[in-house]
Ligand binder design. Structure first.
Ligand code: ADP
Length: 369
């Protein structure tokens, strides 16, 4: 059998840069999206997500870098010829057209015949569960329905790529969560490649095969949701994704397994994993609340690897407990399953805590941290 070369990425961004005057909105951004993959650009407001998306769509021309779709440069291709579907936060439906006519619109622009239009629109409306609403006008739709029409319109012409800019940002929480699950199912079923941007980490987790975290236009880490959650590369990603305790410290020594002894401000020594920070340097230790074991006993009784702490508050959250501790002069949040022995704990009691050293990740402090 001949050896097939690896497939080309559906979308390839190479060192894409865009400045508004002196403001660097996107700096040297390189990313690939495979056919059938959903990749989310995740970052705080103002981090350059919309600018990056606008360049891919063709609304903005990058000052440097390259954009390729299926290996072909598209920098000189106008937006309507890039074969990309786009969904914005606001559905942007044409008010004087029915649902079916709105969905048919991109097919009309492409001069598709009537029979082809009708069957494609019918199929798309069934997929987004709006077949019965085909004859309605946009003002007769709820927010969620309007956004489903926008989705159908972005998918109906079998685009190479779909871009989504905060697509559910205007919907209330419950509807947003339903729509996220629906969209993910639809994306998998159609096998369409998606580039999605949001500042909402939960949405990124639900929708994405991979997430690219950006800060001030610069890519900080790209990986699967699990990889970003479990093994953040830097303090920014550790702080941005999920909840984390952050303890300031200094690296005293590092052994051959990268396990560091870290000195906290009060002199307490703890163990953690050094991630890109060397001996003698200041660090910030990120430790997830659910990675901390806790026992209602003194640390001395628990032996090596256990640390003493004092319980300050205990919050019952149905399926788990949120415990606030004083530890080495710092505040530490611990999350445990709501098991009976824990529920007997009282504020003021001494407890023992422990963690696996590789779960306490010591990073170089970020600017301003
Ligand atoms: P995001 O989508 O992540 O919120 P944007 O891409 O909208 O980020 O913005 C990135 C940066 O570029 C921000 O600092 C923003 O203030 C700036 N910016 C965006 N649009 C313009 C514009 N039209 N003129 C000047 N600066 C802009």
């Amino acid at each position: 059998m001949p050896l097939a070369p690896p497939p080309l990425p559906r979308l390839e961004l190479t060192e894409l840069t865009y400045r508004y005057g002196d403001v660097l909105a996107v700096g040297d951004l390189s990313l690939e999206i495979a056919a059938g993959e959903c990749l989310t650009l995740l970052g705080p407001s103002g981090s350059g997500k919309s600018t990056a998306l606008a360049m891919v769509a063709g609304f903005l021309r990058p000052q440097s870098g390259r954009i390729r779709i299926d290996g072909r440069p598209v920098m000189r291709t106008p937006p309507h010829r890039r074969n990309i579907g786009v969904v914005f936060q606001d559905a942007q439906l044409l008010p004087h057209l029915t649902v079916a006519e709105n969905v048919a619109f991109p097919l009309r622009m492409r001069n598709a015949g009537r029979a082809e239009r009708e069957s494609a629109v019918h199929e798309m409306l069934a997929l987004v569960r709006l077949a019965r609403h085909a004859g309605r006008y946009p003002h007769e739709l709820s927010g969620g329905q309007a956004q489903r029409v926008a989705l159908a319109r972005a998918l109906v012409f079998a685009p190479r790529l779909v871009l989504l800019d905060e697509p559910f940002g205007a919907l209330d929480r419950q509807l947003r969560e339903e729509m996220q699950i629906e969209l993910r199912a639809l994306q998998r079923r159609l096998g369409v490649a998606m580039l999605h941007v949001t500042h909402d980490q939960d949405e990124a987790m639900v929708l994405s095969d991979r997430i690219a975290v950006i800060e001030d236009g610069v890519l900080r880490q790209v990986g699967t949701p699990t990889a970003l959650y479990d093994t953040p590369d830097n303090a920014f990603v550790a702080g941005f994704i999920g909840e984390n305790n952050r303890l300031p410290g200094r690296i005293d020594s590092i052994d051959e397994d990268e396990i560091a002894t870290i000195v906290l401000p009060g002199g307490t020594r703890i163990e953690g994993l050094a991630v890109g920070v060397g001996e003698g340097h200041r660090c910030v230790v990120a430790l997830r609340p659910e990675r901390i074991a806790l026992a209602a006993t003194s640390a001395a009784e628990m032996g090596e690897g256990a640390y003493p702490a004092t319980l300050r508050e205990i919050g019952f959250r149905g399926n788990h407990l949120r415990l606030v501790l004083d530890f080495a002069g710092q505040t530490l949040l611990v999350m445990r399953p709501a098991a009976a022995p824990m529920a007997g704990l009282r504020p003021g009691e001494e407890v023992a805590i422990a963690w696996q050293p590789h779960h306490a990740r010591a990073y170089r402090p970020e600017a301003g941290a």
